[in-house]
Design a protein around this ligand. Structure first.
Ligand code: F7E
Length: 311
């Protein structure tokens, strides 16, 4: 039996959901899931019957729910759709599992955005939530309904509270990829300026590949639990920009403008996770450093932009 990974086609086309069977997908844009030997299925987190039909057809032993409207600014402009998709969508998957086969193990992609206005630092599994966006609020709902199905029905449901995880496959709307893409384009003469919002925001950025391993480990345990997954090291957006421009021998201050329209109605100013529980129980540690992560993202974009220029 294969696991199913649920992922959105993109963080902005919320109704279209890609589903695939093993091996695990690594991202949703710019490459082909089927080229990895996965079988693609479609369903919709807004359509309960489509999820039931899918589970009946595939009969997975594990379901990883990474599908969501996941871009925080969009959650301010589409708060109701975000609640339906990112919040209630989790209940639809859980109900489908309960109906088709309650023994299916379930992973819910919870988010450090739930900590929002942080109540302590670093944040661990017991830190209270204070979400600062409709996205964070919807994720908090998804988190608690996952806990609730475990406690109410004895189902094997785990929630991974993942801090920001990035890779060269990240969508360009998110700040790491927006920066790596701009640095590559500026270095190769295809762009002159980069507009950014809050440079003071601090995030605990890790490598998505490391974090996917943690998701899988959670579902291989004897008992279902929730885990924070993070590096424990935070950097500001300003440091991210500095590191990325330095990687190609440029000074960020010559190229970056602050654009007030990119500021969020309420931003999360700082996040830093404590993954001690994952380290002790899962034997999990992040392997890639922040500097390495920024370097592989900039290098991948340099290669991609250069290839496009060659035609
Ligand atoms: O913003 C600041 C922005 O959009 C990071 C999602 O995967 O991780 C992600 O959420 C920070 C924020 O990610 C720009 O204000 C400055 O403080 O890359 P981001 P996010 O909002 O932290 C969590 C864990 C998730 O669950 C989410 O789904 O960077 N920032 N200037 C900017 N951000 C963007 N996007 N664009 C800018 O120009």
């Amino acid at each position: 039996m294969a696991p199913i990974w649920l992922s959105s086609c993109s963080s902005k086309t919320t109704r279209c959901t890609a589903w695939c069977a093993a091996p695990a997908p690594r991202a949703s844009s710019g490459w082909s899931i089927s080229a990895l030997g996965c079988i693609l299925h479609q369903a919709d987190l807004l359509d309960q019957l489509s999820i039931v039909t899918l589970l009946n057809a595939v009969r997975p032993h594990e379901v990883y729910n990474l599908a969501a409207q996941s871009f925080v600014p969009t959650s301010f402009s589409q708060p109701l759709l975000t609640a339906e998709f990112t919040g209630l969508g989790v209940t639809r998957v859980l109900e489908a599992i309960r109906l088709v086969d309650p023994k299916i193990r379930f992973y819910q992609a919870s988010s450090s955005e739930m900590f929002g206005r942080v109540q302590e630092e670093p944040q661990n599994e017991s830190t209270p939530f204070w979400p600062r966006s409709p996205y964070g609020v919807a994720k908090a709902y998804g988190h608690w309904i996952t806990v609730n199905y475990r406690e109410s029905y004895g189902m094997f449901t785990c929630s991974g509270i993942l801090f920001n995880h990035e890779s060269p496959l990240r969508g360009k709307e998110f700040v790491t990829r927006k920066v790596s893409d701009a640095v590559a384009r500026i270095k190769l003469g295809q762009q002159s300026r980069l507009q950014l919002g809050n440079l003071d925001a601090q995030r605990d950025w890790g490598f998505a590949g490391d974090y996917v391993e943690a998701m899988w480990l959670m579902l291989q345990q004897d008992a279902p639990e929730d885990y924070v997954i993070a590096t424990g090291i935070k950097h500001s957006v300003r440091e991210l920009v500095d590191t990325a421009f330095r990687h190609v021998g440029l000074d960020w201050q010559d190229y970056v403008d602050v654009d007030q329209s990119l500021m969020r109605p309420a931003d999360v100013s700082t996040l830093c996770g404590d993954a001690s529980k994952a380290r002790m129980r899962l034997g999990w540690t992040p392997k890639m450093s922040f500097a390495e992560l920024v370097a592989i993202m900039v290098d991948a974009d340099l290669e991609r932009v250069a290839r496009a220029m060659r035609g």
